[in-house]
Design a protein around this ligand. Structure first.
Ligand SMILES: Nc1nc2c(ncn2[C@@H]2O[C@H](COP(=O)(O)OP(=O)(O)OP(=O)(O)O)[C@@H](O)[C@H]2O)c(=O)[nH]1
Ligand SMILES: [Zn+2]
Ligand SMILES: [Zn+2]
Length: 574
């Protein structure tokens, strides 16, 4: 019960809003032998003992445990419970909020459709219905706003994204029932032999073929939600968007479209070798962990994180099996680098192992893996918070966890905080051993890093034609000293007074910040002249002022890895 309450309330923020609210009810009062009043009293005592000190106790109704008889339509206790639900409903922040008069007819039409057991409809259908309302009909823009607001209130599900915006789930519980067709427990597996074996296989391998999924959806109770192929395809796309179904990455870089991974269904536990490294691996592994500021990582978040990671690197294929386990995965970053990731309590643990030696791990690879994982975690956290209706600013996300870097030591791993790593050369651990931070620093992109080796020929023509994004500009700002920047800026075709006024406007900011703001202005300036700003422009200006043009390689290199590792950055919606 504690776990369940914690899960429901795990992302409740400290606000005035009382939702979600938990009430306790016990059924089968009619079958209760003995003094029900006394039992009820005991139950109330129990829940108070359990939750009266809970950090979110304003979301727990501790006054009573409703003792109901679920098979009696006129049960007075059910009536009392219903009344209390209404009281809570009226305390919701959205209660009594004014809404446009024009919405009323369409809201009524949608609720009528629900009564007729219609669950998912096409945008076209809703347009047609809307058009019946003559002068109260919404125009396209208003219809879009209407759907987005209805989504945010939880009344419908509508994603205004290409590929998802052609259908609206007007009865969201339908999606829950669709999910239950494959995210379910053994005791609910269908009796049909074929279907049962599909699900059995899914729990063993974490994999389901699209054809098999569609077979499950042919069952009558699911067919009613998804009566045609277009709707089914929409639901598949939606589940992919929500990272419930994952299209596996393969090392061959070809996307196999007919099979999906379902991280939340895999029951196979990670094997022993996953955590305990062998003697050689201990010498060729660097570790990292994210500590969340929570007692535990909610299951939904854990699967979201694993799902996002599966979008970034291919799973290792070993003994004819994909190495995907319950809240754990073994991935291949390159031919000789493996990544082990698992989730335990409030931690996400990452081991990066090179086949041969630590020196062979390129700092750029380690740093970009770290940046990619961190970005994925940020997006997953944002998604999770926003799904729970607790808006959080993207800039606040990184305050929800801390990062530690570690090195295998004896039978465990010794960790040091990510801030410490750049400040110290060595540290002594609790086992009295001295650990070197040299390789751990590879987890972080080193902006002070010297330049490329003699073998570097600079970026190729295609790379030079790319338009620098903000990240490039920020990094470039941090690579050039502010003294030489003025000249550099002028060589980009800007005026000295532009630079001076930027310096003045952003006085008080870090010099890197000021330089990147100036570069953004340059970008805007180019675009206003209908020219494309390119890395080539930046490279030329560097050469003109005798700065090392390889600075551009440093700025860009990390990003190229980025592009190949993150193929799906838009996993957040509100
Ligand atoms: N005698 C008696 N039977 C009840 C009572 N409440 C529910 N039942 C019966 O218990 C069985 C299970 O009820 P459900 O409503 O399906 O229980 P549930 O926990 O919601 O089940 P899921 O929806 O599968 O999670 C049904 O046969 C109900 O008729 C009650 O208060 N007294
Ligand atoms: Zn140690
Ligand atoms: Zn170079």
């Amino acid at each position: 019960m504690k776990h369940w309450v914690d899960s429901v309330l795990s992302y409740t923020e400290d606000t005035e809003d009382i939702m979600p609210m938990i009430m306790f009810a016990a059924t089968h009062r009619d079958q209760c032998k003995g003094n029900t009043a006394k039992i009820k009293e005991q139950f109330i005592k129990d829940i108070n003992q359990m939750f009266s000190e809970h950090e979110n106790k304003n979301h727990i109704h501790l006054d009573t445990v409703y003792f109901i008889n679920g098979i009696d339509k006129n049960d007075t206790e059910i009536q009392r419970m219903t009344d209390q639900v209404v009281v809570f409903a009226m305390q919701q922040s959205s209660w009594g909020q004014r809404r446009p008069m024009q919405w009323v007819p369409l809201e009524l039409q949608i609720s009528n459709m629900r009564l007729k057991n219609i669950n998912i409809i096409s945008k076209e259908d809703i347009r047609n219905v809307n058009n019946l309302n003559d002068d109260l009909a919404l125009n396209e823009r208003q219809l879009e706003d209407f759907l987005i607001v209805q989504h945010s209130l939880g009344k419908v599900m509508y994603y205004s994204l290409p590929g998802l915006d052609n259908f609206i789930i007007i009865h969201p519980p339908a999606l829950v029932n669709i999910l239950r067709s494959f995210v379910t427990d053994k005791i609910f597996f269908p009796a049909d032999k074929t279907l049962k074996s599909i699900l059995k296989n899914l729990t063993k391998t974490g994999k389901i073929y699209k054809g098999d999924l569609l077979k499950l959806w042919q069952q009558d109770n699911l067919h009613q939600y998804m009566p045609d192929d277009d709707i089914k395809e929409f639901v598949v796309q939606l589940l992919i968007h929500l990272d419930i179904l994952i299209i596996p990455k393969t090392q061959q870089k070809t996307i196999v479209n007919h099979v999906y991974l379902v991280p939340c269904m895999i029951k196979a536990f990670r094997p022993a070798y996953f955590v305990s490294l062998d003697g050689h691996q201990k010498k060729t592994t660097i570790c990292m962990q994210y500590y969340l500021d929570r007692n535990s990582i909610p299951t939904a978040l854990a699967y979201k994180v694993i799902g996002a990671i599966l979008n970034a690197w291919p799973l290792k294929y070993e003994k004819k099996h994909l190495c995907l386990y319950h809240k754990a995965a073994l991935l291949t970053v390159s031919d000789d680098i493996e990544l082990r990731i698992w989730i335990e309590d409030n931690r996400i643990v990452v081991y990066m192992t090179h086949e041969k030696s630590l020196i062979a791990i390129s700092p750029d690879v380690a740093a970009s893996v770290q940046e990619c994982l961190t970005k994925n975690l940020d997006l997953s956290l944002l998604f999770h918070y926003n799904s729970f209706g607790r808006k959080i600013k993207p800039t606040k996300v990184s305050e929800l966890y801390r990062i530690e870097f570690g090195i295998p030591c004896g039978r465990s791993v010794c960790y040091v905080s990510s801030q410490e790593v750049s400040k110290i050369e060595t540290w002594e651990c609790l086992n009295g051993k001295k650990h070197d931070t040299r390789y751990l620093r590879n987890w972080v992109f080193n902006k002070d890093r010297e330049t490329c080796g003699p073998e570097c020929k600079g970026l190729n023509d295609i790379e030079l034609k790319t338009e620098p994004d903000d990240k490039h500009l920020v990094r470039l700002g941090s690579q050039i000293g502010i003294k030489s920047f003025g000249e550099f800026f002028i060589n980009l075709g800007m005026k000295r007074k532009d630079w001076e006024s930027t310096e003045y406007t952003y006085a008080g900011h870090s010099s890197e910040g000021i330089m990147s703001m100036a570069l953004k202005q340059w970008k805007k300036f180019k675009i206003s002249k209908l020219e494309t700003p390119t890395l080539q422009n930046l490279s030329d200006a560097l050469t003109a002022v005798n700065l090392d043009r390889h600075v551009i390689c440093q700025v860009d290199f990390n990003d190229l890895i980025y592009l190949t590792t993150i193929n799906k950055p838009n996993i957040v919606d509100s």
